[in-house]
Design a protein. Structure first.
Length: 129
């Protein structure tokens, strides 16, 4: 199975120490090891799969659409390698590979140009033909 990306949600929520999970996600570097832990006793979703940084701090959960499938793979003992991929507004991304494969980061997209909201519009330049 080819490596793929998984969304990690729940970043705005606090961990037990009170700091929100986004803080930990912000200090994760692309390529750092990530751990997935099923939470069968989770009161909101018995299929929940928590996502932890290499420092053992929770950064969120696998999305509801994927957690049952990923949790099943973990319970079956399927060998997985997971790395931190990146962070967007309210979502972190991890990269998962199976069966001894090493996950690699996808190519980075160029950053969009900054939005100019200054209200300045240059006058057009016309040829003097």
């Amino acid at each position: 199975m080819q490596a793929f990306s998984l969304a990690v949600v729940g970043l705005p929520y606090p961990n037990k120490r009170g700091v929100d999970r986004r803080f930990e996600a912000q200090i994760c570097l692309p390529g750092e090891a990530i751990e997935l832990r099923p939470e069968p006793k989770n009161p909101h979703d018995r299929w929940a799969v928590a996502v932890f940084s290499c420092r053992g701090v929770q950064i969120g959960y696998v999305t509801a659409e994927k957690c049952q499938w990923i949790g099943g793979m973990i319970r079956e003992g399927r060998q997985m390698a997971i790395i931190f991929q990146g962070l967007s507004h309210n979502t972190a991304w991890v990269r998962v590979a199976f069966d001894g494969e090493i996950p690699t980061l996808p190519p980075q997209r160029p950053a969009p140009p900054p939005v100019d909201d200054s209200g300045f519009f240059a006058d057009p330049i016309y040829d003097d033909d």
